[in-house]
Design a protein around this ligand. Structure first.
Ligand SMILES: C[S@@+](CC[C@H](N)C(=O)[O-])C[C@H]1O[C@@H](n2cnc3c(N)ncnc32)[C@H](O)[C@@H]1O
Length: 253
């Protein structure tokens, strides 16, 4: 399916990605399945940790191949309750090891903080996920800081330049809740906030660049790309999200 500059294909991302030429994508941003038993439809979100690592490793390897030399990879991962006793397994740590295995340098590990989530009674309630930002070359990557600056805390300080401050590596964005989903007619269980992806698109790419999301879900990455005049490619296993993606790419932009 093609909507303006956005290409969407359905099937296994590990196969589809092979058709993307070397060094043709400026940025990859994605939130892969977390292996916590979410009901996506086709995808079995409860596989062995080895199988999960293999999936993330395959995609990281292909991401390295298709990224331009100044390209960036943003991988959203979370600590998850795992196994019969629900010990916390920090998937971002595994993500970091996979990054290193595939020659990525870690530029930041962003903490995405949010509030609206379930409360725990036997441990502290989880209120963050991480976004690992990997680059191929620490001396050559895009970082448009001026495009993502946020207002100063003290507005009247004369030493401040007026451009706003660095948003730091701790970001607050509300999760997309059921009310918002209902309002937009969406059913996907794990939609990430479009504004957060817009910040990533702005800081790491320029107009006309190509962005890729190997686990497209409901299409958030391409909504952000289209709003900001970038080109986009997205792959999703489950055809049942086709209508949802199509609707978002025509109505939310
Ligand atoms: C966490 S969700 C992504 C949600 C997305 N960020 C959004 O905002 O809607 C992960 C998605 O990956 C898809 N998926 C899982 N395995 C896949 C595979 N091998 N190839 C393509 N898509 C896959 C699932 O169906 C699910 O929709």
């Amino acid at each position: 399916m093609k909507i303006d500059d956005m290409i969407v294909e359905f099937g296994d991302t590990r196969e589809l990605v092979k058709n993307i030429p070397d060094k043709s994508v400026k940025m990859v941003v994605t939130s892969p399945p977390y292996n916590i038993g979410k009901k996506y439809g086709k995808y079995n979100d409860k596989v062995t940790i080895e199988e999960w690592e293999e999936l993330i490793n395959d995609i990281t390897k292909e991401t390295y191949r298709i990224l331009t030399d100044d390209g960036s990879f943003f991988l959203n991962l979370s600590p998850i309750p795992y196994g019969p006793d629900k010990e916390i397994l920090p998937l971002p740590f595994i993500g970091y090891q996979i990054f290193k295995k595939n020659n990525f340098y870690l530029r930041n590990m962003i903490t995405w903080n949010f509030n609206n989530m379930q409360n725990c009674t036997n441990r502290l309630s989880g209120r963050y996920e991480n976004i690992l930002w990997g680059v191929k070359d620490l001396k050559n990557y895009i970082f448009n800081l001026d495009d993502i600056r946020i207002p100063y805390i003290t507005q009247n300080d004369k030493r401040l330049t007026g451009k706003g401050r660095n948003p730091t590596d701790v970001w607050y964005y509300d999760r997309v809740n059921n009310m918002t989903k209902k309002k937009h007619g969406l059913t996907h269980p794990t939609i990430y906030p479009t504004e957060m992806i817009e910040r990533i698109v702005l800081m790491s790419t320029n107009e006309g660049d190509t962005i890729f999301d190997p686990f497209l879900g409901s299409g958030t990455t391409l909504v952000a790309a289209k709003r900001l005049k970038r080109k986009g490619i997205g792959f999703e296993l489950d055809i049942k999200y086709k209508e949802e993606i199509e609707k978002r790419l025509t109505q939310e932009v």
